[in-house]
Design a protein around this ligand. Structure first.
Ligand SMILES: [Mg+2]
Length: 213
């Protein structure tokens, strides 16, 4: 059997700037403003067989802006909101660490903190993911670097600058519905029209092997 055949594809989502607008260190329900199209994207992905997981740096914890329990409370609420849209979250992975952090307990250069790939690799281990056929959606170059280092095949950057081709992204979109429209249930090619500014991306068709496997 082909390696990875039974692993699950995932739609991996950065949180701030992808799921909710990034006002800077969002830690309470009142400050959450969901991004347009996030639930439609997630629901479409579920319908097409993807697992959905959140992969988020939370240096606000290391900076002492909010606690891990506050983060978990917000995550529980957010899980319920997704469920109300027919989307079961398979996991929420967060990294509270930051080198040089205010709080000594969180002062660490963690392998989990993007642009390192640790969180994504842990998600893959826990959820049995097929990373080369999965998607990561982020709003920072560090998201794309982490996804590339983990071997995620589809790296989607959402941002205002369509010319930002220097990142590890292989698709750059201005709005989430541009990805929703490209999702297809076809095995091995979840996304059609894989182009960045007219440049056909070839990386998607050449799945990489996970480091250490
Ligand atoms: Mg972000």
């Amino acid at each position: 059997m082909e390696p990875g055949r039974n692993r699950r594809r995932a739609l991996l989502l950065d949180r701030d700037g992808v799921i909710n607008h990034d006002h800077g260190y969002v830690s309470t329900i009142e400050r959450v403003a969901f991004c347009d199209g996030i639930f439609e994207l997630a629901r479409r992905a579920v319908d097409y067989g993807y697992l959905i997981a959140i992969i988020t740096n939370q240096s606000g914890i290391a900076r002492g802006y909010y606690t891990e329990s506050q983060f978990h409370r917000l995550s529980t609420w957010m899980t319920g909101v997704f469920a109300g849209h027919g989307v079961k979250l398979a996991g929420i992975f967060h990294c509270p660490y930051l080198p040089g952090a205010t709080l000594p307990d969180y002062d660490r250069d963690s392998f989990w903190r993007k642009p390192h790939p640790g969180m994504i690799l842990e998600a893959a281990r826990r959820l049995d993911l097929d990373l080369p056929r999965s998607l990561f959606v982020g709003d920072q170059p560090g998201d794309m670097a982490a996804a590339a280092a983990a071997g995620v095949g589809g790296r989607v950057l959402i941002g205002p600058d369509p010319s930002a081709t220097t990142t590890a992204a292989n698709l750059i979109i201005g709005q989430l519905d541009q990805l929703t429209d490209r999702l297809t249930p076809v095995r091995g090619w979840q996304v059609s029209g894989w182009q960045v500014s007219g440049w056909q991306v070839s990386g998607w068709s050449e799945p990489r092997t996970l480091p250490g496997r």
